[in-house]
Design a protein around this ligand. Structure first.
Ligand code: BG6
Length: 486
């Protein structure tokens, strides 16, 4: 369904995010027929260039980042027609009047701040000073939303000085992933799981976001953040919220966000003994064609860095539903495989009627695969076929979206596509509210302060492994095991 005509201004239009995600994502929505003829996308950045040069730039990004099936030169040319460019100085006055003249009073107005948070205030002020921001205009801001509670509060205050909360769209792109949204569908559109979804029946939950990439060219940013700030405070926290939250009364932005906020507030402080940090080592080339992979310290150019590229921790949600059920979270770079999943391990039945089955007994596990090969897998016990008595075996009830839904299941839009269209539709359900972000930092800050005070180095781990040894211990000592990363 096409959205209404809009003017979308992308600040930072020549930057990395705009090149890899925003422009290609908008093109894909155009290709899908969701962007109407009357829409306009205006790039704005410091770089001096004219419209043809920007169109050239945009075409290159689309060529590079859009898959072959959607790569249609005629469609790309038609898409480029709705693009425009204004060189603008966020810290000065150049370009603002030109931008104002380009915007149409009747179209929905959205401003994407695809720039560092240091510029948020300057952009917000100038949008107002130049009469560009209307009361219905929307702004989109990216993570990192601060680096601790104090800076997040300051950013919220800066934005609040110019915009209402209903106008502010804080992106956590994990919420735009199709399977992440599916968590809500699975939980609240089926009666099967919800009655068992609590401490009485769930033994523990594992949330894994494993990556194979290193920090690459982002060393300068990453080394100031680490996995805790870069991934746990936002993406893993959001996944945890969707798993742990109470059913909202309606699928409505504030109803959903109220419930997520309650989960974050119920998170208990994490003792330092329940957290493991790691740093990846380099990898020597094996064959003549392979090249050496640098380790973390080399990647960030600081042999003394104590920043973690891996973190595993045990969290508890202290409320009626979850009291006593551990949530084990882990994420890291340069691990064995790129895989993100949530595994809910249920408790054993209270009594076994199968005398001989005890040894082969396995708990039911519901695995929700977020990426790749999006789908779900429920591990169940059945009778092993054959005349050898009543022996039990665990088998998977496996569903991949690609198989279940055919083409629709494989053609999953990128998270950014969904989120940008939600901005135009004015739907904030999949965006973080200011209080949510602050609560997330309030939980994360003492954890980070704790390990910074200890000052110890993260444990080294081999590139291509499943993380540092101590992370295994985190679960072993509770008599549990991580699922394999593969
Ligand atoms: C970003 C982090 O928010 O998410 C990156 O800054 C990380 O470090 C990325 O690589 C992971 O996103 P995805 O969609 O590839 O799982």
């Amino acid at each position: 369904i096409p959205v209404d005509p809009f003017d979308l201004v992308v600040f930072g239009a020549t930057g990395d995010l705009a090149s890899r995600k925003i422009l290609p994502g908008l093109y894909r929505r155009w290709f899908a027929g969701q962007i109407p003829e009357g829409a306009r996308i205006i790039g704005a950045a410091r770089t001096e260039m004219d419209r043809p040069a920007f169109l050239d730039f945009a075409r290159k990004q689309i060529d590079e980042h859009v898959g072959a099936t959607k790569h249609d030169p005629a469609q790309i040319a038609a898409f480029l027609d709705i693009l425009d460019y204004v060189p603008i100085d966020a810290m000065g006055e150049a370009g603002w009047e030109e931008l104002r003249l380009k915007l149409r009073p009747e179209a929905i107005r959205a401003f994407y701040f695809s720039v560092g948070p240091a510029l948020f205030g300057a952009l917000a002020t100038r949008l107002h000073a130049h009469g560009i921001a209307t009361p219905e205009a929307r702004i989109v801001v990216e993570k990192p939303f601060g680096r601790d509670l104090a800076s997040a509060r300051a950013l919220n205050a800066t934005l609040a000085a110019h915009f209402d909360e209903a106008q502010i769209y804080r992106i956590d792109h994990y919420l735009g992933k199709e399977t992440v949204q599916n968590l809500m569908a699975v939980r609240f559109a089926n009666i099967l799981f919800e009655p068992l979804w609590n401490a009485q029946f769930v033994d523990h939950v594992q949330i894994t976001v494993a990556e194979t990439v290193g920090v690459g060219g982002r060393g300068a940013y990453y080394d100031r953040s680490g996995a805790m700030r870069d991934m746990v405070q936002n993406h893993l926290m959001q996944l945890l919220c969707l798993i742990a939250m109470e059913p909202p009364y309606h699928f409505d932005p504030d109803a959903v966000r109220d419930e997520k906020l309650k989960v974050i507030r119920a998170l208990q402080p994490v003792p330092q003994t329940d957290i493991v940090r790691g740093q990846y080592l380099g990898q020597r080339a094996k064959g003549a064609c392979d090249t050496d992979q640098p380790g973390y310290l080399e990647d960030v150019g600081d042999a003394e860095s104590r920043t973690e590229s891996y973190v595993a921790l045990k969290a508890y949600v202290a409320n009626w539903r979850w009291k006593g059920t551990p949530f084990y979270l882990r994420t890291g770079k340069r691990l064995r495989a790129r895989t993100s999943e949530i595994a809910i391990t249920f408790k054993e039945p209270p009594h076994s009627i199968f005398d001989e089955a005890d040894e082969s007994w396995r708990e039911n596990v519901l695995v929700i695969r977020l990426q790749p090969n999006e789908g779900m897998n429920l591990k169940m016990m059945i009778k092993e076929p054959g005349p050898g008595g009543m022996r039990l075996v665990q088998v998977p009830l496996d569903m991949s979206f690609a198989e279940a839904l055919g083409e629709e299941g494989t053609d999953i839009p990128d998270a950014y596509e969904r989120l940008i269209m939600d901005v135009i539709r004015g739907n904030q359900t999949l965006f973080m509210r200011g209080d949510e972000v602050e609560a997330a930092w309030a939980w994360t800050d003492p954890i980070i302060a704790g390990f910074e005070a200890r000052g110890d180095k993260p444990q080294p781990y081999d590139a291509g492994s499943s993380g540092p040894e101590d992370a295994l211990m985190l679960m072993h000592r509770d008599g549990r095991r991580w699922r394999e990363i593969r």
